[in-house]
Design a protein around this ligand. Structure first.
Ligand SMILES: [Zn+2]
Length: 399
């Protein structure tokens, strides 16, 4: 399930940095000097990263350079562009594209560095992060615990095909050493920006939200960008429809899946200086092409394995990534902050009757009868499909 509350339109009174953002360092853009043409820059802004056109307030493109305003009133940062007739310089980045690798027959992922990010925290934080429900005495459904089961299975499968694999977490709970109490000070301006009254209950709630939604994801991004530095991040989630009271959740017959690519930033989000810079770093690194190729391949294998229909977004927070109905572009903290391609998976509706019944069976090998159909464990079906999609992509058997 994706984290929606971070993406509400930002009120004009908001601070110019998003919550817990470090001061942006605009000199980092220069590593992409001369690596992209103005035409490609504009195409990516229009079609992927800022489809509402609000980038024009901050970025001025001419054939030879981009003038980028770091904040209102500041002198623009000048980024030289590749011009017609000159060969674009290779961007400086820690990850390799599919073309830059040499797969071996039968070991399609040899030399590939993959970070698996099991979404959410689980364990004793599952209820705090509202990724938990239970029906009577049933096995509780906790997204953060389910993603960890898939992550461990996926790691084995990717390693068997030659990949080097890291996990952002190997147990339930946070990766950050900070706790909600450390976010109480930051909770005050965060609530003031939203214009709500400061009660102790609200402050506690906001400190918890900043802990599990923002501080935790920023810590995972630091792990990925500075320590693991992988070629690809795979974010594992399970989706859900609104379930209401977690002790008396609403079950549904809706079941679907989709994958998310980074982009679709709104004018309000772009007001944040740090979001603007991370968007530009993501755009200039060229990660969209890899995200699209790898996600298309994983969507194909997930569709074949699950038979699920695509989820469709309505409204402006997400846009279609391509003619593939499973692929959507959306601005999430987790796909924006990771400075490399991200395959962000949102299969299965946890509170659909069919999925709930499979979750109750836990993980198992082989097949079991589920409502008259022989099915593998939902965790193995998920891990097998993602592994297959990545093998197809990196061995070049998918286009
Ligand atoms: Zn999730």
């Amino acid at each position: 399930m994706v984290i929606a509350a971070l993406f509400f339109a930002t009120p004009l009174s908001a601070a110019l940095l998003s919550p817990l953002a470090p001061q942006p360092d605009w000199s980092t853009l220069q590593r992409y000097s001369g690596s992209i043409t103005a035409a490609e820059f504009e195409r990516l802004l229009r079609q992927v990263y800022v489809p509402d056109g609000s980038w024009r307030e901050w970025i001025n493109l001419s054939p030879s350079q981009a003038l980028i305003t770091p904040h209102t009133g500041a002198a623009p940062v000048v980024l030289p562009l590749a011009t017609q007739g000159t060969r674009p310089r290779a961007p400086v980045r820690f990850w390799k594209t599919r073309e830059e690798r040499s797969p071996q027959p039968g070991r399609p992922l040899v030399g590939l560095r993959i970070a698996i990010d099991p979404g959410h925290l689980g364990g004793s934080y599952a209820q705090m992060e509202a990724r938990w429900f239970r029906i009577g005495n049933s096995r509780p459904v906790a997204e953060g615990e389910m993603t960890l089961i898939v992550a461990k299975l996926l790691k084995q499968r990717l390693e068997a095909m030659g990949a080097e694999v890291w996990m952002t977490r190997t147990k339930n709970g946070p990766t950050t050493s900070l706790r909600p109490g450390n976010f109480k000070k930051a909770a005050i301006p965060s609530l003031q920006d939203e214009g709500v009254a400061l009660t102790s209950e609200r402050l506690q709630h906001e400190a918890e939200r900043l802990f599990y939604r923002v501080g935790e994801i920023r810590n995972r991004a630091a792990l990925i960008n500075t320590r693991i530095r992988p070629d690809l991040v795979v974010c594992l989630h399970f989706n859900a429809e609104e379930w209401g009271n977690p002790a008396r959740p609403t079950l549904t017959d809706q079941n679907h899946f989709h994958l998310l690519l980074s982009g679709a930033m709104s004018g309000g989000e772009l007001q944040h200086e740090d979001e603007r810079l991370t968007m530009l770093l993501k755009l200039l690194s060229g990660s969209h092409r890899e995200e699209l190729g790898a996600s298309e391949s994983v969507a194909r294998s997930l569709a074949a394995a699950t038979g699920l229909p695509p989820f469709t977004y309505h409204g402006s927070k997400a846009i279609s990534a391509s003619s593939n109905p499973y692929l959507w572009i959306r601005n999430l903290l987790a796909n924006r902050l990771f400075e490399c391609p991200v395959v962000y998976c949102e299969p299965y509706v946890m509170n659909s009757r069919a999925v709930f019944n499979r979750i109750q069976l836990g993980d198992y090998t082989g097949y079991r009868n589920v409502g008259g159909t022989q099915l593998p464990s939902i965790y193995r079906e998920y891990a097998d499909a993602v592994a297959q999609g990545l093998a197809d992509y990196y061995s070049g058997t998918s286009h």
